[in-house]
Ligand binder design. Structure first.
Ligand SMILES: NC(=O)c1ccc[n+]([C@@H]2O[C@H](COP(=O)([O-])OP(=O)(O)OC[C@H]3O[C@@H](n4cnc5c(N)ncnc54)[C@H](OP(=O)(O)O)[C@@H]3O)[C@@H](O)[C@H]2O)c1
Length: 242
């Protein structure tokens, strides 16, 4: 049988790059999505130099033409897709903040990448995933997308007011539930991942987790067995509160 093919969006750095590495080490042919073509090529070459089957594909998740072009490229060659890791995301500092002050511009730009982009990429690639005998979709959420955690005065994130980022990930969570329900009865499994607080450009240097650990949840959900869960929200194998 030919290798399983995985696409990781935002694969040029951070958790996405490490997810691409770990999936390739597990024997996947990995398409490393990047909005910056040169950055994608450099990242893919680095992994290929480690002996891994990785190639770059240009993909800006906020650009409909880029998504359509990437979907057409994948449909042509390699002609299949088994795993989609919707990893690309942004946390915009300027304008995000408390509910009373978050700017509409920050909300729109955050939702453009974290939610609308994720939906658009998923819809464009679903026809290919439907042809896979075991399609897997992993949506990068965050504990910051959990309504239950925000509402709990004892939660470590209680009062953490980055409203644009938080609501975009809450939207990712509900989209995950809805898509999983729609695809129940097909071989496709759809789950949301909280990677943990991870040392990346987004997570910052004080984050406790390495990218190696930060990629583990995405990789586990991308490689679920046929009797694995769908429509869940996980961190390192533990179900999160919605
Ligand atoms: N780090 C954490 O602690 C943490 C915690 C919870 C959830 N997450 C989530 O995990 C995912 C990965 O985060 P990270 O920490 O690895 O962040 P990161 O180091 O900032 O990397 C983000 C990646 O997304 C890409 N990206 C942003 N906008 C894009 C677009 N329009 N089209 C395509 N790619 C785009 C970036 O590309 P460029 O290089 O071109 O900017 C980069 O490759 C995100 O969804 C994030 O929200 C992270």
């Amino acid at each position: 049988m030919s290798r399983r093919v995985a696409l990781v969006t935002g694969g040029n750095k951070g958790i996405g790059l490490e997810t691409a590495r770990q999936l390739a080490r597990l024997g996947h042919a990995v398409l490393l999505g990047a909005r910056d073509e040169a950055a994608g090529r450099r990242a893919a070459q680095g992994l290929a130099a480690e002996g891994l089957d990785v190639r770059a594909i240009r993909l800006d998740v906020t650009d409909a033409a880029s998504i359509a072009a990437a979907a057409a490229t994948i449909a042509r060659d390699p002609g299949r897709l088994d795993v989609l890791v919707n990893n690309a995301g942004v946390a915009i500092k300027a304008g995000d903040g408390a509910a009373s002050a978050v700017t509409l511009d920050a909300l729109r730009r955050t939702f453009e990448a974290n939610f609308f982009g994720l939906v658009a990429v998923t819809q464009a690639l679903l026809p290919l995933l439907r042809r896979s005998p075991a399609g897997r979709i992993v949506n990068l959420s965050s504990i910051l997308g959990s309504a239950a955690e925000h509402a709990d005065p004892n939660s470590p994130i209680h009062g953490y007011a980055m409203v644009a980022y938080n609501t975009s990930k809450a939207a990712v969570n509900l989209y995950t539930i809805q898509l999983a329900l729609e695809l129940a009865g097909t071989p496709i499994k759809v789950n949301a991942a909280h990677p943990g607080w991870v040392k990346t450009d987004m997570g910052g240097p004080e984050a406790p987790l390495s990218v190696m650990d930060g990629a583990k949840t995405s990789v586990a959900l991308a490689t679920l067995p046929d009797d694995g869960p769908s429509g869940g929200y996980y961190h390192m194998g533990v179900h999160m509160r919605w």
